[in-house]
Design a protein around this ligand. Sequence first.
Ligand code: ADP
Ligand code: MG
Length: 689
Amino acid sequence: MGSANQASDRQPGPRWESLLTELPGVGPERSDQLARLDLRTVGDLLQHRPRRHEDRRRIAPIARIELGESAAVRGRISALGVKRFRHGRKSLFEIILEDGTGRLHLRWWNAAYRKDQFAAGEELLVYGRLIDLRPRTMDHPETERIEPEPGESVHLSRIVPVYPLTEGITQRWLRTLVWRTLEDGRLVIPEPWPSGLLPGRLSRAEALHQLHFPAELADAGRARERLALDELIDLQCRLLERRRRLEIRARAIPCAGDNRWIKPWLARLGFRLTQAQTRVLREIRADLAGPCPMRRLLQGDVGSGKTVVAAAAALMTIESGRDAALMAPTEILAEQHAATFERWFAPLGIRVELRTASHKPAPPDPAPAPPELPHLLPPRDAPEARMVVGTHALIESSFAPPSLGLVIIDEQHRFGVAQRETLVRKGHYPHLLVMTATPIPRTLGLTLYGDLDLSTIDELPAGRGRVRTFVRSADRLPRVWAFVRDQLQKGRQVYIVYPLIDESECLDLKAVTREWDSLRQTLDPFRVGLLHGRLPPLEKERTLDAFRRRELHALLSTPVIEVGLDIPNATVMLVENAERFGLAQLHQLRGRIGRGADDAFCILISASRTPEARRRLEVLAQTTDGFRIAAADLELRGPGQLLGQRQSGLPAFRFADLARDLPLIEMARQIARQILDNPTIGPDEPPSP
Ligand code: ADP
Ligand code: MG
């Protein structure tokens, strides 16, 4: 096979999976270049998504382009040259293009090397924006030489694709390669799903043709939707499959409890659960009593009281004689949770154990546990059931509780899917509750957590003070400090957050230490503590304890306080260089205040003068609705940023857009269900000759 001498009409053509080197004109050098664009197979090539399209059916006469308009122009080079300024340190390369209606100046700054790429008399296609009328000028336009060769119709008089490129590859070469591959009648483009499943949609082969060479621009949009749908169906199938495998394989441990400890605990809690908390607990209890291990995502805005729900779920489990484990993303948060659970559970005689990198597990109870396997004991004879709170240390292999009934993951968005899986594999199919305060837009929820059931706490506890948010520029700082002092005078406490991009950089640490020095002077005689991720754990704890006990009045901190901290007397949150944070992260930071009955103030200091940065921050001043904020963040910065760098579970899509494609995602989920419900459905057989 593959001999170039075979009779060409009997020769098998390229297949979807063929390596690109099998295409004529692609040798080792080209294939290396294409690999840099992640294009290795014919399928990759045909799914290389154009950056945009250019409508070359409408070539504008140079004389008619209006100022500020973007247009495609076709003309001949009448002159070209390089001007130098500032003793040769700056250069301007200029081409004059003529098309019979007028002259157009094309300019490139500091790109003298381009001079060798053009010659007078050549014909060019140019796409750019007209920035001047006298003379008519475009800066840094895209250009393409028109070759006097057959096949020119691929590039002219139609809507053409403009691709992301890499060095050594030109638009027209790549366009020609895609065109020839698409037009090769021997190539069979596989349809992933039977056509009956996608009524009214383009076939995949049609979609790929229109993705690259649409008849109208709207066709390219429809093509993208069809290809996005393929990606989304594929993902939803995998998510649903994972869920169904669990349902078939795993038998749930009964963990619904008998109310023995929950009742007295609720009675002494000091507040009543909100209706939303009660509803969510009912959902959780049904899962814990059900036949299949719980896989549930609990979302609730900052301050909505997720910890109480987690504690109640843990108590049900412990009543049933099983252990419960809670994993938090930072030591600070794990310590706070351990302290809270200790306060709540110690009176019930339940042991709470803290497990982090710096906290070794507590020594075993003086009364040794019976040697039998605890999970074989009837619930009431299992007094050793306990609550374990920790950080990533829980994922390590040394943590292997034999009777783990429930795993809770707080601030799930800080962990990857892999970590969640590692923890759930401990014990014997424990129940799983993951909690997140980053309100996840539905698109992301269905994509990332599509294998989980969803509970939402959509109500804040009553009696909370109001949180007001202000955006201020740095030159207003003196007045801001006066306001802060005033609040300190009233006995309130203050968080001051200083952005650090990477805490491992000592430069940044120096900056925050300097800031601390000046802050202590500014706020003297009030006492200011310093908190950052590089402090030894013991010192962190000491500082936080001092702040909790009100021995420190203000806390200068890096964003390590972002998640979970709960100190109701702290009512002012001042964020420096706020424009460096994402909206969702700022919303988290703001969630540290407004936890008591007093009014609270969030002040966002923006060092940036651009109106966009300011407008972005104003979103926070206008709403405290975490869902709206997350949706805005998703649109502005994309899912990776919204979820934080650590989120590893996010699939890389070529065509799907998580900010916009909710209808497609929902459709994909339905179709995936049909596919899994009907195992005889497979891809259509390729048509046989
Ligand atoms: P988050 O959902 O952000 O994790 P927490 O669980 O930290 O919120 O709760 C925030 C604060 O609200 C805590 O001090 C908690 O004790 C308190 N809280 C929780 N539920 C209620 C309630 N139903 N009524 C009053 N206060 C509550
Ligand atoms: Mg929390």
